[in-house]
Design a protein around this ligand. Structure first.
Ligand code: AMP
Length: 224
């Protein structure tokens, strides 16, 4: 079976993490989220985390060279040999070019970039209600996916909090950064014939089904 090297693109709150989580179970390839990796570094107080925190708190982007090195390191691990699902990377054209170079050097290529498309108004509604378990990172939504007991995680009873960068003023900045820096990637991958789109306003199960069907088609095309 050929490798499955997927990139998920979409505004913050589009449901990329939820889909990536399901896809890693379907295809047994690692889900690599640069946002999660950075948050872990901040939590652990590493040099990388200290450097990244100021940008993250403001809803801006961490400098390309920091991120590119971090992802290169991660993609070299054995568990990513048969494929990977990247969430939150690349986020700029410069990052996409760096990834292309790394892939080429390793004799690999990107299978597809999936755009999970959701309009801004819907994003703001989704993100403002998002709550995260302080311990496991498990995500809830006060309206759409509430925990059984208010403000505590169903899995381990830990406290649920709102991420600093999910606060409304920061979300607005993240959306601006997305349309300015990340949306150009749609053309970048379109030009390479790698772009596939899904309607992210559908239910998570429908989006998942759509993505799976798309991957099945990609694999058939790859085998031709
Ligand atoms: P996320 O969880 O993907 O929304 O990422 C949270 C924050 O981490 C972003 O708002 C950025 O500050 C930072 N970040 C994550 N991935 C990247 C990336 N590929 N390039 C630059 N900054 C990133």
């Amino acid at each position: 079976m050929s490798e499955l090297n997927l990139i998920l693109i979409g505004p913050p709150g589009a449901g990329k993490g939820t889909q990536a989580d399901r896809l890693q179970d379907d295809f047994r390839i690692p889900f690599i989220s640069t946002g999660d990796m950075l948050r872990q570094n901040v939590k652990d107080g590493t040099e990388l985390g200290k450097r990244a925190k100021q940008y993250m708190d403001a809803g801006g982007l961490v400098p390309d060279e920091v991120i590119v090195a971090m992802v290169a390191d991660r993609l070299h691990r054995p568990d990513a040999e048969d494929g990977f699902i990247l969430d939150g990377f690349p986020r700029t054209v410069a990052q996409a070019q760096a990834l292309d170079q790394q892939m080429k050097a390793a004799g690999r290529h990107i299978t597809a970039a999936l755009l999970v498309d959701v309009p801004d108004e819907e994003i703001i509604k989704r993100i403002s209600g998002r709550r995260v378990c302080v311990k496991s990172g498990h995500t809830y939504h006060v309206e759409f996916d509430p925990p059984k007991n208010d403000s505590v995680c169903d899995e381990d009873g830990s406290r649920l909090v709102q991420r600093d960068d999910d606060k409304p003023e920061v979300v607005r900045n993240r959306l601006e950064v997305y349309s300015e820096k990340t949306a150009p990637l749609i053309d970048y991958y379109d030009d390479q014939g790698l772009m596939r789109r899904v309607d992210g306003t559908r239910s998570p199960a429908e989006v998942h089904d759509h993505i799976r069907a798309m991957i099945a088609t990609l694999r058939m095309e790859d085998d031709v």
